[in-house]
Design a protein around this ligand. Structure first.
Ligand SMILES: *[C@@H]1O[C@H](CO)[C@@H](O)[C@H](O)[C@H]1NC(C)=O
Ligand SMILES: *[C@@H]1O[C@H](CO)[C@@H](O)[C@H](O)[C@H]1NC(C)=O
Ligand SMILES: *[C@@H]1O[C@H](CO)[C@@H](O)[C@H](O)[C@H]1NC(C)=O
Ligand SMILES: *[C@@H]1O[C@H](CO)[C@@H](O)[C@H](O)[C@H]1NC(C)=O
Ligand SMILES: *[C@@H]1O[C@H](CO)[C@@H](O)[C@H](O)[C@H]1NC(C)=O
Ligand SMILES: *[C@@H]1O[C@H](CO)[C@@H](O)[C@H](O)[C@H]1NC(C)=O
Ligand SMILES: *[C@@H]1O[C@H](CO)[C@@H](O)[C@H](O)[C@H]1NC(C)=O
Length: 360
């Protein structure tokens, strides 16, 4: 019953709208109807209203009004008020019209933008299973669900707080909510390991729109970037001078993801794998002089660093040696002197002794 009644009411109205539009309703006439406000931006489901004042000069009887697929109109003199309790139409532009004596129709459109803030915004990386690799290109996708009108939608991708870019907006004139996918390409470097990517969808509805534009943000996705080892210091060979018996420390610190293993090759050719980036020898010996090589490897690549170790003789050793020689020389010369003296004394007593028998 209700449906029939609606149909009965709608059909003449729709046909009237079509009539007015088809019969070249003049929107450039001098004494045009005036809508206040002249345009509307309304959230789907919200109430709205506008007034139209017509024919200050001449109107033929009741040949004026407001036509719209939604809401109710009320005439108060030559002012027509149009109100909607809850706007649930996506295309709802209203028309205010009048006819003059000659049957000439004059009208004004009221543009109505019905908007729907994005219901859900989500971000993903196309075809990614596992970590990203340094220098490769990946596509980030931002999916904005159930938003209208799509032409006013602006999507921005972010890494942390840094805006990465705004993909081109959609030129669609569609008024109904749609789901739209935007994308940007990224080539993450090792600095982006652990970075958070997200996107933001904003409806830019102009000065007639809400003071704070509707904004919806996606979840964060954390990038894991794998990269081959890079040395933290210089990769040029370091020449290191160390005295025998002293501490030797070789630093081969490198950054890599996943964490690397270090293989140290000693001057003797001995190899030693370890997770330590620093090689320490507490007390060097002569055999530690020569070329050390550090090779840093993970599954993405490797890098090597060489160290030339110059071993210098220990100065305390020299001093001890000199002291030993000096002491030896002194002792030896003392002994020689003593021996000579003894020899001399022995010789003297012999003479004395021999003197005794001469006394006999
Ligand atoms: C329309 O006119 C009525 C009465 O003159 C007024 O109360 C109302 O605020 C007006 N509405 C708009 C949207 O200007
Ligand atoms: C993602 O993978 C699908 C099939 O698995 C393929 O058809 C598509 O081209 C890939 N997209 C990109 C951007 O590589
Ligand atoms: C995403 O990360 C940024 C910082 O990188 C933070 O400000 C924001 O609150 C995070 N958002 C969510 C939904 O966790
Ligand atoms: C939208 O239209 C503008 C100019 O009218 C054009 O430069 C732009 O490429 C169009 N964008 C898309 C996504 O079609
Ligand atoms: C090794 O070198 C790196 C970078 O040059 C430095 O950050 C680190 O502290 C050094 N390690 C040691 C044990 O000296
Ligand atoms: C080197 O000395 C440190 C402490 O001074 C000690 O912990 C370490 O075990 C020593 N390394 C070797 C190889 O003797
Ligand atoms: C290091 O990389 C080179 C090529 O850059 C390769 O020939 C070599 O086998 C690699 N070494 C290791 C231990 O992975």
């Amino acid at each position: 019953m209700m449906l029939l009644w609606c149909l009965f009411l709608m059909v003449p109205m729709m046909s009237f709208l079509r009539d007015v539009r088809v019969s070249s309703c003049d929107t450039t006439c001098a004494d045009k109807p005036v809508f206040t406000p002249s345009s509307l931006v309304v959230k789907f489901g919200d109430p709205t209203s506008a007034n139209c004042s017509v024919c200050e000069l001449a109107c033929v009887n009741n040949q004026y009004g407001v036509e719209s697929p939604a809401g109710v109109t009320r005439k108060d003199g030559t002012t027509i008020s149009w109100t909607v309790d809850s706007l649930t139409e996506w295309s709802v532009s209203s028309l205010c019209f009048y006819s003059d004596d000659a049957g000439h129709q004059c009208c004004t459109f009221l543009p109505v933008t019905v908007y729907q803030p994005p219901q859900k915004v989500s971000i993903s990386v196309v075809n990614l299973t596992g970590p990203m690799l340094e220098g490769r290109q990946y596509t980030l996708q931002c999916t904005v669900e159930h938003v209208a009108p799509v032409k006013d939608l602006r999507v921005t991708f972010y890494r942390g707080q840094t805006a990465l870019g705004q993909p081109q907006s959609i030129n669609s004139t569609g008024t109904k909510p749609v789901t739209q996918i935007f994308s940007v390409d990224i080539s993450p470097g090792r600095g982006e390991d652990g970075a958070q990517y997200w996107c933001e969808a904003k409806l830019e509805l102009g000065p007639e729109g809400p003071k704070l534009p509707p904004v919806e943000t996606s979840q964060n996705i954390t990038a894991t970037v794998h990269y081959q080892p890079h040395l933290e210091g210089s990769s040029h060979p370091d020449t290191i001078r160390v005295r025998e018996g002293e501490l030797l420390r070789l630093n081969c610190s490198a950054v890599a993801n996943p964490p690397p293993t270090y293989t140290w090759t000693y001057p003797s050719g001995r190899r030693e794998a370890s997770h330590a980036d620093v090689l320490t020898i507490n007390s060097t010996t002569v055999s530690d002089g020569g070329k050390f090589t550090c090779s840093v490897v993970n599954l993405l690549g490797n890098v090597t660093k060489e160290f030339d170790v110059e071993l210098q003789a220990n100065p305390t050793g020299i001093i001890i040696g000199v002291v030993v020689v000096v002491v030896f020389v002194i002792v030896a010369s003392g002994l020689v002197a003593y021996y000579c003296y003894r020899q001399k004394r022995m010789g003297g007593s012999n003479t004395l002794h021999s003197a005794v028998p001469t006394e006999d």
